[in-house]
Write a protein that binds this ligand. Structure first.
Ligand code: C2E
Ligand code: MG
Ligand code: MG
Ligand code: MG
Length: 284
């Protein structure tokens, strides 16, 4: 029962049987969804507001459900975390992102893609070996076009172990970002000990930064820290020009959020890229 995951412990004993069957049902559903190819990656641009350049896109999974429509990841990923099926989906995500990188490349578009990696996935003993195999299967993709985003979470308990895995992956040529930075308990330990090139300021701090002095202070602190540690920093959840302009003023040039672009199907990306090139309104 332990591997069913943390959420399980919210249920009382009398409800446990029901909870187990709900869990079983969702695992089976998700397995068939993978077999029926119902998962799809959307891509959200990441830009340099100062240079007016697109620096890459983040791949975000959705479930194209025949009845429910487009189901967001937080409605199905938490239920499978820690199960074998989550590893299969994780590999599907990396494989699909690599395929996409090479498809864009064939169209003359050199676009780095970042993918989200769960703590469970990252901590598998064969993680870097599987990544190496996937890279070999896509010989036309330069590994530096792939970035792995990892969440700081209490599940990343063994920092030394994680750091070793990350170094093995970096030897393959891929890079790392620390996602949702500032929301976990161990941000400073992670920043110091994990070899991530990019720190992503969590969107919860960005959302209220214009009105909440505490959130603004956290953002200023994170930007200063990342500079001291010689890492790059990007703000997530940039919803308005005002947020973008304020972040630029604070020295954070990289941004991602609905104010720049919402996640979109791969087929919409080329046209979006053409439109963005003309748009340099951030410094207004
Ligand atoms: P994340 O990696 O922090 O991704 C950012 C999330 O914020 C995405 O939600 C994105 O659509 C949303 N977002 C982007 N800009 C804005 C904004 O300006 N305002 C607001 N309110 N939201 C914004 P999404 O796609 O629902 O994904 C949620 C989380 O699910 C992701 O958070 C990530 O942790 C996880 N996830 C998504 N795809 C995958 C995947 O392929 N594998 C794994 N393991 N996790 C994934
Ligand atoms: Mg992410
Ligand atoms: Mg994030
Ligand atoms: Mg998040």
């Amino acid at each position: 029962a332990k591997q069913v995951g943390k959420n399980r412990y919210h249920f009382f004993d009398t409800e446990q049987d029901e909870a187990v069957s709900i869990q079983r049902e969702s695992l089976d559903n998700i397995r068939s969804a993978l077999e029926r190819r119902e998962f799809v990656l959307y891509y959200q641009p990441k830009v340099n507001m100062n240079a007016g350049e697109v620096i890459g896109v983040e791949a975000l999974i959705r479930w194209q459900h025949p009845v429910r429509g487009l189901v967001p990841p937080l409605e199905f990923l938490p239920a499978i975390e820690g199960h074998a099926i989550s590893l299969e989906i994780g590999e599907w995500v990396v494989d699909t992102a690599l395929t996409q990188i090479s498809q864009w490349r064939n169209m003359g578009i050199d676009l780095p893609v970042s993918v989200n990696i769960s703590a469970y996935q990252l901590q598998q003993d064969n993680f870097s070996a599987r990544l190496a195999e996937l890279l070999v299967a896509h010989p036309d993709v330069e590994p530096r076009f792939l970035e792995l985003e990892i969440l700081e979470t209490s599940a990343l308990d063994d920092v030394q172990h994680i750091s070793t895995i990350m170094s093995a992956c970096m030897d393959l040529g891929v890079s790392f970002a620390l996602d949702d930075f500032g929301t976990g308990y161990s941000s400073l330990t992670y920043l110091r000990r994990l070899p991530a090139n990019l720190i992503k300021i969590d969107q919860s701090f960005v959302r209220d930064m214009l009105t909440d002095p505490d959130d603004l202070a956290i953002i200023e602190g994170v930007i200063a820290l990342t500079k001291s540690f010689k890492r790059n920093v990007i703000a997530e959840g940039v919803e308005t020009i005002e947020h973008g302009a304020a972040l630029l003023e604070l020295g954070c040039e990289l941004a991602q959020g609905y104010g720049i672009a919402k996640p979109m199907p791969a087929s919409d990306v080329p046209a979006w890229l053409n439109g963005w090139e003309a748009d340099i309104s951030w410094q207004a």
